[in-house]
Design a binder for this molecule. Structure first.
Ligand SMILES: N[C@@H](CCC(=O)N[C@@H](CS)C(=O)NCC(=O)O)C(=O)O
Length: 211
């Protein structure tokens, strides 16, 4: 396998999860910011579904973070456990990350991101934050005594979930005190070198403040 290239957008949670996976695997990859005009032209040629991330491995071009993460897991270490039961569980957490947490927190991010505060739709923000928090008891219960969802090391589920929590936190939706295991788990990731290096620059300083 040659050097991987990732067509990337720093704060996109789908790109962010791929960067974490690459960092956890210790796999060198070139991150190409899609906003660069040359990269944009290449992305238009390579991405039939017009989304980032796109992973290029020599003549193999993969679009969508789902297949990209599966490919990384099948061709490198650290992302998926050996047991089929545990693998299926990790994939279930990915769906939870997108359908429960992601769907709610994007409402908050989209509402706040490009508007002055006085124009924010507070109902939309409240509703997004409420939905996000309603999703947390299931994760709190699953974390148990282990440091991470799949044991002592972070893996695929954390790649997907961490950006959702980091974005939530940066946009004013923290983890309430009634979820101590999630708070500790998030803190462990925020201090982990792979998660720090994969985070957008603006977030790196915030994460340092947190730990
Ligand atoms: N299901 C896709 C979703 C990717 C996605 O929606 N990416 C957004 C950025 S966060 C995107 O490319 N939007 C269109 C654009 O930025 O031009 C995946 O998992 O990769």
């Amino acid at each position: 396998m040659g050097r991987l290239r990732l067509i990337d957008k720093p704060e996109c949670p789908f790109c962010w999860r791929v960067r974490i996976a690459l960092a956890l695997q210790g796999r060198p990859a070139e991150s190409l910011d899609r906003s660069d005009p040359e990269v944009l032209a290449e992305w238009r040629e390579l991405s039939p579904n017009r989304t980032v991330p796109v992973l290029v491995d020599e003549d193999l071009v993969l679009t969508d973070s789902g297949p990209i993460l599966e490919y990384l897991a099948e061709t490198g270490p650290a992302l998926l456990p050996d047991s089929p039961r545990q693998r299926a569980k990790a994939r279930s957490w990915m769906v939870y990350g997108d359908h429960v947490l992601g769907r709610c927190i994007r409402e908050v991010v989209f509402e706040k991101r490009d508007k002055p505060e006085k124009e924010w739709d507070q109902d939309r923000i409240r509703e997004g934050a409420r939905g996000f928090r309603e999703g947390l008891p299931a994760l709190e219960a699953a974390l148990g005594e282990e440091h991470f969802l799949n044991g002592s090391q972070p893996a695929l589920a954390e790649c997907v979930l961490f950006p959702r929590f980091a974005l939530a936190w940066a946009y004013g939706v923290g983890i309430p005190e009634e979820f101590p295991r999630i708070r500790q788990w998030f803190g462990r990731m925020a201090a982990h070198p792979a998660f720090v290096s994969a985070s957008p620059e603006r977030f790196r300083n915030l994460l340092v403040d947190l730990t």
